[in-house]
Design a protein around this ligand. Sequence first.
Ligand code: IMP
Length: 408
Amino acid sequence: FCHGLPDELKVVSCEQKIEKTLQTRYLEVFHDVEKLIDNTIALDERLPDLDQPARTRLRQLVPSVGRFFTKLPLKEAFLIEDRKRLISRRTLVSPSFNDIRSILNTAQVLALAGAQENDAKLRLVTFDGDVTLYEDGKCLEKDSPLVALLVKLLSLDLYVAVVTAAGYPGQLGADMYQERLLGLIQALRDTNQLLLTQKNNFLVMGAESNYLFRFSSAHGNLRFIEGCEWYLPIMQSWNQDQILEIMDLSHDHLKHLRRKLRHEDENKTTIIRKERSLGIIPVNGYKIQREILEEMVLSILVELNDILSHNKSTANAEKKVQVCAFNGGSDVWVDIGDKALGVEALQLYLYKTCGGTHGKIAKSSSLHIGDQFASVGANDFKARLSACTVWIASPRETTEILEELTNL
Ligand code: IMP
């Protein structure tokens, strides 16, 4: 290939050749994975039972793979990410976890933004709060680039919702969320880029799936919506005594962990118990070590498994209360419900409120963006059951994804 070229050009040409060869090989791999995904989608369609996904070649290779609600154009996404991340220019460092995460994210955005006539169109975009819309524990400020992008999504007639673990009920709760989301709430009050109906398409689902709020352009703030207007049938069937029993047993276990892991000192941590959630949180600027947070969340998950299997034998399956536990980065929480239910409840409620009688917004028309997708002790992970997903690692990455989504 380089024969007869001057030395300087020879190096460039050899490098270019290696880059092209690597790019071609990566493209071949992504082509094969695309086919494996297509095959999984086709076989899953024949088995609509969510608990029993089809046994496909892809699932043999990657047993934890979930359901795909759209095809994923991985080759096209790879070429876009290769231009940004120079993956095939590297000869010593192979594609990393973050390279693959970015390629999957871009493929998901391409699939949703490029939906053809026969495909489901994107209708609902949901966001986690901490780390996704704002830094951990901070607020969505009015100068965040995300504010204009969220307004843009609403102007495209999409429903936009924050689905967060942070749980505060009632109209007082609405004030708490407004404080965290003030930049956007102010924009919704002030902007003339949106119709009043489009402003009303912003919602907040709090405590994973427990409290719903909707922006009211008439009042200029979030309004609390009673559960009877939007609970999923499964949530309506939950027995209050069972919820209380799960809360009590989880509470006992959190107290036990706090003792066992030597975090009893009230100057370091405290346990918060709310109506439908429990958390161990640090106080006085104390930082709980990452390994301790992980130990706590794993131990709670084992305990919940025991509690729920006992619960299963006493209640029939469809009435079984669902619970999640997660590591919030600086604290650990147990919440009744989860983000799969939170997103699904929005799909049903929004479908009904715009006049639909049978059905709900499709999973293939919903996108959830969050940072917690590690399979153990992460609360966005559950949203994979109800929507297409994008896994980001900072508000800056959320900004980039929304720019891609709104520019396509
Ligand atoms: P998210 O990232 O928006 O889902 O918010 C998660 C964070 O919300 C947790 O790490 C907690 O610090 C905070 N939080 C406040 N109240 C609750 C609650 O009731 N359940 C779970 N997390 C809560």
